[in-house]
Every structure is written in structure tokens, then in C-alpha cells.
Design a protein around this ligand. Structure first.
Ligand code: 5AD
Ligand code: SF4
Length: 480
């Protein structure tokens, strides 16, 4: 049954039941394997890319466990390997292909091993064909909109021993509720609230590989979050390529600020984050809801991409540097301590020295707490890939200059934190120094402070006073 009251296809109960039936069949085989071999079958997932992919991998893991597989830390010990790929930049694709190549010898050693590949990279027809021909040891491939059909695809391969390549090119995507999830963290949880993107920024492959925007229903999201809070989750991050347009495809008359307010009204001790927002739709109302709700983390990730209006127009971003900076000003007026992070692309086709200087100027005015900086990477099939490209050297130089400007800002901002107190979610011991805890502020700043011998603070949210700062790290002491 298709949900006809909205534009988005919801996977029907019958289809989900079908997947559960395949899950049960595979679980039966895996039980028989255990009885015969005295060990369970094991799965290993390698994830590339963004938080959406991490959330998808948690669903892949959930489905694998429902099918009777148990997790394993090294690919060499696995019976099932799933590679969840990213396509946003060339580098991510190269890494995924290289890792896939490295798994070849595992298959040679163990012909029973099943290697599967999924995610954004393989959702491009050309990549699918390349994998089909050049990676014969990859047994299953499925696009992002096919994720919930893993049990069926795996079953078809195991039962028929024929490679299964499932890519529904041009599929606008669907929503599948009720897929099992195995969360990687006990305190922080990803909650996808929508999938896909309708924006078609001219450099970006995402709309082509993740389909059209589709929102999960309000009640389904609230139910999931209630469950998470009941299970001790402290940090909920709402995920979507463009969370501000959540709800536009629903018939519920609700928008993202309403969703955020409804989540903040839930009982419990938690904070809610969200990402990513598009500046063209980041409304005052959303900022007001954040400012008025203590449970809304005071962190805003708002990608600027460029400070030149000419480049922003060529990127099809539909806002100006001025309107971007105005949103930031309003945010800081309503929430003076808010942490703001942003994405910048350098070396977009046609970016002149003057355009780039405008970006540096906007970065200096924005004074973000952190920037994620990217060298433009042409993506086949996107309009920007067909434009005239800049020389590599120009791109590299601009990246270095941008980083120098941002590092200066970050150091100044971190030094200004010294003497102040922040609520920190303690993540565990510092990687570099096992006598110290590492934790993060609401805005994601990394803070180190002395650990107690029994490490009882891991997973807790506690006040820490900052005593020292560097560009990327803060140090402090717990105020207990
Ligand atoms: N090249 C470089 N960076 C890109 N991004 C998206 N597409 C590209 C590309 N083709 C960056 C944008 C986006 C972030 C997730 O990745 O800055 O916000
Ligand atoms: Fe890509 Fe733009 Fe959509 Fe973000 S909003 S996923 S950058 S097309």
C-alpha cells in the first residue's frame, strides 16, 4: 500500500514483512552454520563519508545482526563485508575503491566470503559498471534507496550464487520505517529525519545519488527519540542534507522549527543537534526556537561555501554573502555563546583571485568556531564539472591561505574561552594522554581534563573550567 497523501513513497508493511521473512531465512542458515562450525558468522562494515552514511551503516549493522551475523573488528575475520561508500569528492571514491581492491585477497583465501558494496559512489551508473567488470569478487551492490532490501539481495546471492547488482537509477527514493538499528555509541545517536536533496548545488553529486527530499513523519521521529532517551542517550543529532526543508513533502502542516520544538518538549536529560542547514532556508523562527529551548544544543552548522556572490550564484546556492552574514548576526544576537561551524569550497571553476579574497573577507567577518574546508573536486554529471577548471596549484595555494586565516581566528576564539565554564559530554580517555579525559562542548570543541582513577565520568555531562587553549584543543578542570 502506498501512502497517497504525500509525494514520498513509504515502504509498505507488506514489503517490510517480506524483508523480515528473508532475514529469518538467512538467520536459519546462520544458526545451522553455528551448530556445524561452533562459531557464528561475522560481519564487518567499512564506512566512508558523512554522518548520513554512518547512520546508514548502523542500519546495515542492525539488519546484519537480525540475520544472525555478529560484529567483528577486522575485515580478515569476516564472512560478510559491506563497504558503504561516499561520492562527494574524488578522494573519497578513490579510497573506497582502494579498500575494495585490498579485500580481493580475502576472497581468494576464503571463497565463502561475501563482499558487498553500497552507498553514494555505487549509486552512479558508471561506477556500478566499473565495479561489475573490474571487481569480480564483489558479490552484491545496491544503491542508497535499496538499503532496506539488504536481506532480499543477500538471500538472492546466497541462494542462487549469482552476483546481485541493484541500482534503480532515477529512483526518487522512499522512506522505510522500522529497520533494525545497531548504534555505534551508547550516548550519542544519529536520527535521520529526512533523506535526499532537491537543491542541486552545481558542484554536488548528492541529489543524483540520494534522490529527492523525503521526510519521515513527525510521530515516527518522536517515537524513535523517546526510545533513545529512555535508553540513556544524551545527545541526539537530527540528520538530513537540508533539515530546514523537513516537512515540506508531508501533509502535516509542520516545519522543521515545529519538529525541533516538539523534540525539545520531550521529558529527559538530553541535547538535540541538527545538521545540515541550508542558509537560504535558515529562518529567524528556527533560531528563535533554538534560543528559547534549553535542550537545543547551541551549535549551528551553516555551510557558506564561498564569500563571493558571483561564485555563490554559479554554485546555485541562492543566497548572498551578505544574507549569510545577516543570519549569523541574528543567531549571535539571540544566542551570544553559540558555536557556528561552516563548510568552504576553494577553487570552484571560474573563482578569481578577487572572488577568493571575498571568501577570506567573509571568513574573517563570520569568525566561525570551525571550518570544514574542501578543494573543489569535479563530479561527473554535475554542471560545475563541465565548466573550465582552475589549475591544481591555484587551488592548493588558496586552501593554504584559507587555513592560515581560519587558524588565527580559532586560536583567538579558543583563548577567549580560558576562564569560562562549559558543559562537557565526556567521551572517554584522551587518545594522546590516558591520564586525561576528552570531551566536547555543545558546539563540538574538544576539551581535555584530568581523569579520575576509576574513570566514572565517561558518558556524563559535567561543567569544566577552561585553563589553556590552542588552535584545535582546549584544556581545563572539572568543576564538581
Ligand atoms: N568538491 C568539493 N567539496 C564538495 N562538497 C560537496 N561537493 C563538493 C565537491 N564537488 C562539500 C561542500 C558540502 C560538504 C559536505 O562537502 O562544502 O557542504
Ligand atoms: Fe549537495 Fe547542496 Fe544538497 Fe548540500 S544542499 S547535499 S551541497 S546539493
Amino acid at each position: 500500500m502506498t501512502d497517497i497523501s504525500r509525494t514520498t513513497r513509504t515502504v509498505s508493511e507488506e514489503e517490510l514483512a517480506e524483508q523480515r521473512a528473508y532475514t529469518a531465512k538467512i538467520a536459519g542458515w546462520n544458526e545451522a552454520f553455528l551448530a556445524e562450525n561452533g562459531r557464528e558468522r561475522r560481519y564487518y562494515i567499512q564506512t566512508f563519508g558523512c554522518q548520513q552514511n554512518e547512520a546508514d551503516s548502523e542500519r546495515l549493522a542492525g539488519m546484519a545482526e537480525a540475520m544472525g551475523y555478529v560484529p567483528v573488528d577486522t575485515a580478515a575475520d569476516a564472512d560478510l563485508i559491506l563497504i558503504n561508500t561516499c561520492a562527494v569528492r574524488e578522494h573519497a571514491e578513490e579510497r573506497a575503491l582502494s579498500i575494495t581492491g585490498q579485500f580481493k585477497h580475502l576472497k581468494e583465501r576464503n571463497p565463502e566470503l561475501i563482499i558487498g558494496i553500497c552507498g553514494c559512489m555505487v549509486s552512479q551508473e558508471t561506477r556500478k559498471e566499473r565495479i561489475k567488470h573490474s571487481y569480480p569478487y564483489v558479490s552484491i551492490l545496491f544503491g542508497t534507496s535499496m538499503l532496506y532490501r539488504l536481506p532480499q539481495i543477500l538471500y538472492a546471492y546466497i541462494a542462487g550464487r549469482k552476483r546481485q547488482f541493484f541500482l534503480d537509477a532515477g529512483d526518487p527514493g522512499c522512506i522505510a520505517e522500522g529497520i533494525p538499528v545497531r548504534r555505534a555509541d551508547a550516548r550519542k545517536a544519529w536520527v535521520s529525519i529526512m533523506y535526499g536533496c532537491n537543491n542541486f548545488c552545481s558542484y554536488c553529486i548528492v541529489p543524483y545519488v540520494r534522490g529527492r527530499e523525503r521526510s519521515r513523519r513527525l510521530h515516527a521521529i518522536l517515537e524513535e527519540i523517546r526510545g533513545l532517551i529512555a535508553n540513556g542517550y544524551r545527545e541526539i543529532t537530527l540528520l538530513g542534507q537540508n533539515v530546514n526543508s523537513w516537512g515540506h513533502d508531508l501533509d502535516e502542516g509542520v516545519e522543521f522549527p515545529d519538529l525541533l520544538a516538539a523534540i525539545c518538549a520531550l521529558e529527559g536529560d538530553f541535547r538535540v543537534h541538527f545538521m545540515t542547514s541550508h542558509p537560504k532556508d535558515a529562518s529567524h523562527r528556527l533560531i528563535d526556537v533554538m534560543a528559547e529551548n534549553e535542550k537545543a544544543a547551541k551549535h549551528f552548522h551553516l555551510p557558506m561555501q564561498s564569500g563571493s556572490n558571483r561564485v555563490l550564484a554559479a554554485m546555485n546556492r541562492r543566497y548572498t554573502a551578505e544574507s549569510y552574514l545577516n543570519i549569523l548576526a541574528y543567531m549571535r544576537q539571540r544566542m551570544p555563546d553559540i558555536t557556528v561551524t561552516s563548510d568552504i569550497i576553494v577553487g570552484f571553476p571560474g573563482e578569481s583571485e578577487e572572488d577568493f579574497e571575498k571568501t577570506l573577507e567573509a571568513v574573517r567577518i563570520a569568525r566561525c568556531d570551525q571550518l570544514f574546508t574542501f578543494i573543489y573536486s569535479p563530479r561527473t554529471g554535475t554542471p560545475a564539472a563541465r565548466m573550465e577548471q582552475l589549475p591544481e596549484k591555484v587551488k592548493q595555494d588558496r586552501m593554504a591561505r584559507l587555513l592560515a586565516v581560519q587558524n588565527e581566528i580559532m586560536l583567538e576564539k579558543n583563548l577567549a574561552c580560558v576562564g569560562k565554564e562549559y558543559m562537557i559530554l565526556v567521551e572517554g580517555l584522551s587518545r594522546g594522554d590516558r591520564t586525561m579525559y576528552a570531551g566536547r562542548t555543545d558546539g563540538g570543541k574538544l576539551v581535555h581534563f584530568p581523569a579520575d582513577p576509576d574513570q566514572s565520568l565517561t558518558g556524563r555531562v559535567i561543567p569544566v573550567r577552561i585553563t589553556a587553549a590552542e588552535t584545535y584543543n582546549l584544556w581545563g578542570e572539572a568543576v564538581l
